[in-house]
Design a protein around this ligand. Structure first.
Ligand SMILES: [Zn+2]
Length: 365
């Protein structure tokens, strides 16, 4: 997710406090929800407050940027917690997040997930990622948002995770839960997602995949991959070039929406809604995935919006191609497999996207 929530911690670990001392803000002292400068339903106030908030300005993150990208992790600062609460007011989310305490086991899994990634990847994030921060009660698994320079151009991003949700996951359990959310459940229908081998089906690998997706959002910052997510489709600069976006998307300025180039033959796409209320029926599982196989989207979630198209593509590419991990959706009816959908890397349908990803990653090595 980006301005969308996908899955938090508490801080008593000594090595962790050493990192915190380097961060831009003071560590959270209390665990309560901060006193907010805006009332619960005052979206206009929340819009003003988020726009001028220090968390959205690169100057506030200089200390965080002075440590290696893969080490910028910790509980959300009081300022960041305030910002996320204001952002929830702005978006109408009922949750009021608070700073998380990182338990030692969860912190070890987060660090292990980071340590297992191809190390060169972090070269892509040295200037773009101000850090990975943890709250509880986010209203989603993870969330990435822009940090702007003095001319209001997005130049970096922070990633926030819900520690309580991360704490509960195993890799295939999390992926199966997520990939079922667009479909109403019905007797006899089953959709299984597999992103880890049986002997690696653990929390660390769930966190790693969730992290890769959010890193995909961070990588798009300032890279002309897709229009910025903080503007409406109708406000995208005319004539701006976004090579990755143009492989799958077009802008319907009149309707103020992004449309995929495949909508005429992929009617389920417009009704694909993750997390918040399924719109598709269980009987749509096979037709939706068959149609998806005729597009250049690497996953069904990628087909929901341009930002998640790139984030899913990045996560899937690193996971499947660079790390040689499994990625498969299996749809069954009454115990019989009806359709299997696999990652598209190496297939013609995703070749142009793969080329862009290869070029981006080449810069990392
Ligand atoms: Zn996303």
């Amino acid at each position: 997710m980006m301005q969308v929530r996908s899955l938090i911690l508490k801080m008593k670990v000594s090595g962790f406090l050493a990192v915190l001392a380097l961060l831009a803000f003071q560590p959270a002292a209390g665990q309560g929800v901060p006193k907010l400068p805006c009332a619960d339903a005052d979206k206009a106030c929340a819009l003003r407050a988020t726009k001028r908030h220090a968390v959205g300005k690169i100057a506030a993150w200089q200390a965080a940027l002075s440590v290696p990208a893969g080490e910028r992790i910790g509980p959300a600062s009081p300022q960041l917690v305030e910002y996320i609460n204001l952002d929830n007011i702005l978006n109408g989310y009922p949750e009021r997040p608070r700073a998380a305490t990182l338990d030692a086991g969860l912190l070890a899994d987060v660090k292990g997930a980071i340590a297992d990634l191809p190390p060169e990847i972090w070269n892509l994030f040295s200037e773009r990622l101000v850090g990975l921060y943890f709250v509880e009660g986010l209203g989603g698994t993870g969330y990435t948002d822009y940090v702007f320079d003095s001319s209001s151009k997005p130049v970096a991003a922070f990633v926030v995770f819900d520690a309580a949700i991360l704490a509960r996951q195993s890799a295939n359990g999390w992926a199966t839960w997520k990939e079922n959310t667009p479909f109403k459940s019905a007797a006899g229908y089953k959709l299984d997602a597999r992103i880890a081998a049986d002997n690696a089906d653990n929390r660390k690998n769930a966190i790693q995949y969730i992290l890769l997706h959010e890193l995909g959002h961070v990588l798009s910052v300032g890279a002309d991959i897709h229009p910025p997510w903080n503007i409406s489709p109708r406000d995208v600069v005319r004539g701006a070039k976004y090579p990755f976006f143009e492989l799958s998307w077009t802008i319907d300025r009149k309707a103020d929406q992004y449309r995929s180039l495949f909508d005429a033959t992929f009617p389920q796409r417009a009704n694909t809604v993750y997390y918040f209320g399924a719109k598709l029926s269980a009987a749509d599982m096979v037709p939706a995935y068959v149609r998806l196989g005729n597009t250049n989207f690497p996953s069904l979630y990628a087909a929901t919006r341009p930002g998640d198209d790139f984030a899913e593509s990045f996560a899937s590419y690193v996971h499947v191609v660079l790390m040689r991990r499994p990625w498969q959706i299996t749809i069954s009816r009454d115990g019989e497999v009806g359709y299997v959908f696999q990652a598209c890397w190496g297939e013609v349908r995703c070749a142009k996207k793969q080329k862009i990803l290869e070029q981006l990653l080449k810069r990392a090595s």
